[in-house]
Design a protein. Sequence first.
Length: 188
Amino acid sequence: MAHDASIDTPAVSDGEGVRRRDFINIAAVSAAGAGAVAVVYPLISQMSASADVLAESSTEVDISAVEPGQAIKAIFRKQPVFLRNLKPEEIQAANKVDAASLRDPQTLKERTKEGHENLLITMGVCTHLGCIPLGPFDGNTVLGEFGGYFCPCHGSHYDTAGRIRKGPAPKNLQVPEYEIDGTVVKIG
Ligand code: FES
């Protein structure tokens, strides 16, 4: 019996050896396959990221239907942007403020394009903690104490130039890069 066992042992050992080698080979091939996937994936990932960035790098909005006193919301780079057609009295209200006295001193002229002082384009993101302020859209009539935008999260009031006038927000609503071509605004 002991002899049989000594004969059997190498045979079992060889069998295991073969199986181990097979496993190692399979593992090596699998690792190579995984490596190939790992190399290819970042390339695909980069290509799709580029496509996404290109698609979202600008937003075009037709503002022909936005009457004086109205605003619309659009999406630019996954964030809301407000496009507002100011009424003459809203322009006057913004211009009669001494900009130097403001928390974030800027004139309406500095925040709009020449010849389009009525068109206020800002990000719709409160500069306090990022809520979306209320404005003259979606049937809302609450515009805050300065007739511009009101952020209900913690009570920031923006005026008709989108400048912070009261509440915790530290900065004016951000004006993005944009161009005006007729009735189309290209943001970004
Ligand atoms: S997020 Fe607008 S006031 Fe705080």
